[in-house]
Design a protein around this ligand. Structure first.
Ligand code: PLP
Length: 407
């Protein structure tokens, strides 16, 4: 008898975005003439940088001639892209990462979701609360949790990210084996200092733990004192894997390209306490289950590192950061406490009411769609997330409308 993986039955339905969609469509049916402004889902709105488009066109032309056509490429990514990443994202910032420590993929969602496959089924797992749901759900699927009670899974260690700790979770009192961290954070927009990351790296050494560090939004860090990579912290190479994506940096959400960094020294342990390196394991997993990102897309990603590409990407990121600043200032001016909005495309707003109640208020009175914080975890209750991914014009209009609605 064919049987299912019953861990899937423990998963909560992806209530958040389906509920948002339901409420938005009810509103639109009742108000067909009202133009909605969407500052909810974290998808980018601007076109790809011209340098990436040129590279895509050229690569497509190469695919059109036998002499330059490419079939399967290296599963880990073409050397031209891995080298550019190592050079510009790491070496230029004084961080030692070699090109063969970079694994190119079609997204950080898959990478952050897939990496746990290398690890034992009975390890303890810590996740921030609020959290990017992929970290939680993939561990549920893998059977590392019990049932869900009131929005929390048995067996997971939740790390509260609250106003009290500046939305940077404290290291837990108990030892845990696997820790997910994300900075700049989705959804809170918080960033971590070097000292804060150092505490986590030290904790991982002390407890023989592993950190999965999601840096999907690192490009939004403009404050030079803040770390953009966990490898800026001494000792991180042994205890941390880093995930990066071209999605939010260069507008690749629909084009799909990302990468995972697994340093050669990064380790886990076998049942006898013997050390095992993760690089060969991830290489094995990646080459067995993944056949590489398409050649044109890798060419487009490599174009991000050309002089023109870097300038265009910086302009894109600065535009979104300007939006975040406008959102942050406008919401604060109305007396609300916020986090994020600086070095991050997300603004996290304390509503003073239930998250969904505030969501409904902004939808119905302002025609602006945001994301209720409670959808990201228990500690998100009483907050909403506003995303800066939209045009400057829409953001300004949305802030005007919100101001009127909240008065
Ligand atoms: N990590 C975080 C924290 C995200 O917010 C997102 C997307 O919203 C991703 C990863 C997914 O990135 P990608 O488009 O590369 O799959």
């Amino acid at each position: 008898m064919i049987r299912i993986n019953e861990n899937y039955n423990k998963l909560q339905s992806s209530y958040l975005f389906s509920e948002i969609a339901k409420r938005v469509s009810t509103f639109q049916e009742a108000n067909p003439d009202k133009a909605l402004i969407r500052l909810g889902i974290g998808d980018v709105t601007h076109a790809l940088p011209p340098a990436c488009i040129d590279a895509l066109h050229n690569a497509v032309d190469e695919m059109a001639a036998d002499a330059t056509f490419r079939g399967y490429g290296p599963e880990q990514g073409y050397p031209f892209l891995r080298t550019a990443i190592a050079e510009y994202d790491f070496k230029k910032n004084g961080i030692k990462i070699d090109s063969d420590e970079i694994f190119v993929s079609d997204g950080s969602k898959c990478d952050t979701g897939n990496f746990q496959e290398l690890l034992a089924g009975d390890i303890s797992v810590a996740v921030p609360d609020p959290v990017y749901p992929v970290y939680v759900d993939t561990n549920v699927m893998a059977g590392r949790t019990g049932a869900n009670h009131h929005g929390r899974y048995e067996g997971l260690v939740y790390l509260p990210s609250t106003a009290e700790n500046g939305f940077v979770p404290d290291v837990p009192a108990e030892p845990v084996d696997l820790i997910y961290l994300c900075f700049p954070n989705n959804p809170t927009g918080a960033t971590a200092t070097r000292d804060q990351l150092k505490e986590w790296v030290d904790y991982a050494h002390k407890n023989k733990a592993l950190i999965l560090f999601d840096a999907a939004y690192e490009a939004f860090i403009t404050d030079k004192t803040l770390p953009r990579s966990i490898y800026e912290i001494d000792g991180a190479r042994e205890v941390a894997v880093e995930f990066r994506s071209f999605s939010k940096t260069a507008g690749f959400t629909g084009t799909r390209c990302a990468f995972t960094v697994v340093p050669h020294e990064c380790r886990a342990f076998d049942a006898n306490g013997g050390q095992q390196l993760l690089h060969p394991l991830w290489n094995r997993r990646h080459t067995t289950k993944f056949n590489g990102v398409s050649y044109p897309v890798q060419c487009a990603a490599a174009a991000v590192y050309t002089p023109a590409g870097r300038e265009q990407v910086n302009a894109l990121v600065s535009g979104y950061l300007d939006n975040a600043r406008i959102i942050n200032e406008s919401i604060r001016a109305q007396g609300y406490e916020t986090a994020g909005g600086v070095n991050s495309p997300y603004v996290w707003i304390k509503t003073g009411t239930d998250s969904w109640e505030f969501f409904d208020r902004l939808l119905n009175a302002a025609g602006v769609v945001v994301t209720p914080g409670s959808g990201f975890g228990a500690c998100g209750q009483g907050y909403i997330r506003i995303s800066a991914f939209n045009s400057a014009e829409n953001v300004k209009t949305a802030m005007e409308r919100i101001k009127t609605a909240l008065q």
